[in-house]
Design a protein around this ligand. Structure first.
Ligand SMILES: [Zn+2]
Length: 62
């Protein structure tokens, strides 16, 4: 039996910045880490960035 189990996470990471810690630091320094505004300065919280941070937290728990 050949279960074709692709790892979507891997593919995503390859296409973008691969260091969750760096992303977290960038966010704390007031920059966007979401794909739409990546690297831009934030004015307040960004829901897209927060979602990415939350997702990284969940993945770290596994
Ligand atoms: Zn953002």
């Amino acid at each position: 039996m050949n279960h074709n189990h692709r790892n979507k996470k891997d593919i995503k990471i390859k296409g973008h910045v691969s260091r969750p810690l760096i992303l977290k630091e960038m966010y704390q320094q007031g920059l966007h880490i979401c794909s739409g505004f990546f690297g831009d300065k934030r004015a307040g919280d960004c829901l897209f960035c927060l979602e990415i941070l939350a997702r990284m937290k969940n993945e770290a728990k596994k």
